[in-house]
Design a protein around this ligand. Structure first.
Ligand code: PBG
Length: 334
């Protein structure tokens, strides 16, 4: 037998020391995930006392306003600070000019009022875009097959104002038209809504990961073509920084990167570059992949979802819009 070496053959720095026990792992953890980091997106339907499962998003349901109030009440009890509302609009609410988008009595505005009355301390984020209300499923008005920018912004202003009148806390333009943040900010300020916050979907990519959402809101079947003339090319990162810079200059209070996981590099660049509240949207397709794998027994949903949310935080995200919000909140409670 050879004599063991006295030293040098052993690593002096052992990275495993700090990993050796649960308590040290906790002490040296660089990132903490909390319920305060979650925004729960929910789908609203017309009617009463009805909930429907979304086939492509197992575990996600659409609620009528009365049941929505209960579901959001639960989220509030779990400590989730904010919900994002998405209305499911029937054919009768869809038109070329998207007029239903700014009807004070539309489903969205009725839902906002009901929630604000029942749960005043819950934040409500309202999506601002025309896709639920256009016959062609695009986020803007269309003429000769093209999505019009400035004409769309005029309608987005009306939509944002109608939501603010209903009591929404954050308006979140998800349409990617140019100049809409400044236009909406001016309109809000000019009509007494100085404290209405704007979360701009600043870097929103033309993504394949939105298809379960389009199922959920029943806009997929209506959509003609794709959204690549206004949503961003997944190949681009520098361009996301220009979008964020513009939206901040125009008055955005928070910026969002969407989808989430394939764009963690963008989140990090935005956070490092601007040091502003940065949200990420863990979108429907990302949720569907996770659920599908878990339902097949291919991975552990609880463990995977905490790892994913921690990854968002590590990348620099301040809050994550995620369909898993309630699950995460429960898991964090232990
Ligand atoms: C529409 C909108 C979309 C999503 C949020 N708002 C879809 C789209 O841009 O086509 C997607 C959310 C998700 O996939 O979970 N303006």
């Amino acid at each position: 037998m050879t004599k063991p070496l006295p030293h040098a053959a052993f690593p002096r720095t052992r990275m495993r020391r700090n990993r050796a026990d649960g308590w040290t792992r906790r002490l040296v953890a660089e990132t903490t995930l909390s319920v305060d980091d979650l925004i729960w997106p929910v789908f609203v339907i017309e009617g009463q006392n009805r909930r429907e499962a979304v086939a492509s998003m197992p575990g996600v349901e659409r609620f009528t306003i009365d049941l929505l109030v209960d579901a959001v009440g639960e989220a509030n009890n779990l400590g989730i600070p904010c919900v994002a509302l998405f209305p499911v609009v029937g054919s009768d609410g869809k038109s070329e000019d998207a007029a239903a988008a700014w009807d004070p009595e539309n489903l969205m505005n009725r839902a906002i009022r009901a929630l604000k009355a029942a749960i005043p301390d819950m934040g409500i984020l309202g999506d601002v875009a025309l896709d639920p209300y256009t016959t062609h499923g695009h986020d803007g008005l269309m003429r000769d097959g093209r999505i019009l920018n400035d004409e769309t912004v005029e309608v987005l202003i009306r939509q944002a104002l109608s939501q603010a009148e209903a009591g929404v806390d954050i308006v979140a333009p998800s349409d990617m038209m140019d100049g809409r943040i400044a236009a909406i900010r001016d309109a809000l300020d000019g009509s007494g809504h100085q404290l209405a916050r704007i979360c701009s979907y600043a870097a929103k990519y033309a993504s394949a990961f939105y298809s379960p959402f389009r199922d959920a809101v029943n806009s997929g079947g209506f959509l003609k073509g794709d959204k690549r003339t206004y949503q961003m090319d997944p190949a681009n990162g520098d361009e996301a920084l220009r979008e964020v810079a513009l939206d901040l200059q125009e008055g955005a209070d928070m910026v969002m990167v969407k989808p989430g996981l394939p764009y963690l590099d963008i989140i990090r660049r935005v956070k490092d570059g601007f040091s502003v509240p940065t949200f990420a949207y863990h979108v429907s397709g990302e949720y569907a992949m996770l659920r599908a794998a878990a339902l097949n027994g291919w991975l552990d949903y609880d463990k995977a979802v905490i790892e994913l949310m921690t990854a968002f935080k590590r990348a620099g995200t301040d809050a994550v819009l995620t369909y898993t919000a309630k699950d995460v909140a429960r898991l964090l409670r232990g």
